[in-house]
Design a protein around this ligand. Structure first.
Ligand SMILES: [Zn+2]
Length: 257
């Protein structure tokens, strides 16, 4: 079984001093790689260096909606320059997006749209953070007429919202949320979506699965998310693992792992 954590903040300080051990534990659970999202310019160098320090690690460059106010148009220019050089191990733009519960949506919009534009211009997939803004994200993707591949990471929401996103060519990130019995709507949504639309992720160190302390999530938990997914969908874990691995490759690129 080959698994990839499609979204893991492995550069965060929670993993300082234990990255090799974490990766070893993950490898024994079948996890062959992970993708580190970029959230703010001041972290981009660290993200790149973390990804390049280990086999199987890749990264994304982007500006997260929580951090837009610390950036200027110079940072977007820098992002464009970096992406145009197609740096080794850089596989996507993001994470970027919209968050109705954090900051001002009107301020976040132009940053998201600019990054959608860069993904489209350079042919990179897009990693999207969306909190209570799935309809808005869907509308923006609809304008791209399916020309970009995207991951709606850490999905939580209704079946209809997920189905609309899938219609726009979006993959749906399945994370620790589904391990919480109280997350009934999201569990029901994930159970009903086409398997070809799903990608596994931890969002570690955040989005702790049930029983894991807040901020202590790690890539090895991906196996638990897979097992939970198998249970709620009534499908074999081995089957899901192979389809979801192929989906992750379809998103980020063939033969990375
Ligand atoms: Zn994230």
């Amino acid at each position: 079984m080959k698994l990839v954590d499609a979204h893991c903040h492995f550069d965060f300080s929670r993993f300082d001093g234990c990255r090799a051990d974490e990766l070893q534990a993950a490898a024994s659970a079948g996890i062959v790689g992970l993708v580190i999202p970029g959230v703010r310019r001041r972290d981009w160098g660290r993200i790149r260096d973390t990804a390049k320090a280990y086999p199987g690690l890749f990264y994304c460059l982007g500006i997260h909606p929580w951090f837009v106010s610390e950036h200027t148009s110079d940072d977007l220019d820098a992002l464009e320059q970096l992406l145009s050089a197609r740096p080794e191990r850089c596989v996507a733009v993001g994470e970027c997006g919209l968050d109705r519960l954090h900051g001002d949506l009107a301020v976040q919009y132009p940053w998201f749209e600019a990054q959608v534009g860069l993904a489209s211009k350079f042919g990179f997939p897009l990693i999207i953070h969306s909190v209570k803004t799935h309809d808005e994200v869907c509308a923006i993707l609809r304008c791209c007429k399916g020309s970009i591949k995207a991951l709606l990471h850490g999905f939580s929401g209704s079946y209809q919202q997920a189905a609309n996103l899938v219609d726009q060519g979006c993959f749906i990130g399945v994370g620790g949320v589904i391990t919480h019995p109280g997350a009934r709507k999201t569990r029901d949504t994930i159970a009903r979506l086409p398997v070809e639309a799903l990608v596994l992720e931890t969002d570690a160190p955040d989005m702790a699965p049930e029983g894991v302390a807040a901020g202590q999530n790690s890539p090895v938990q991906l196996l638990r998310i897979l097992e939970c997914l198998a249970e709620i969908r009534g499908e074999r874990a081995e089957y899901l693992a192979s389809v979801l691995f192929a989906n992750t490759e379809a998103l980020y690129g063939r033969s990375l792992w």
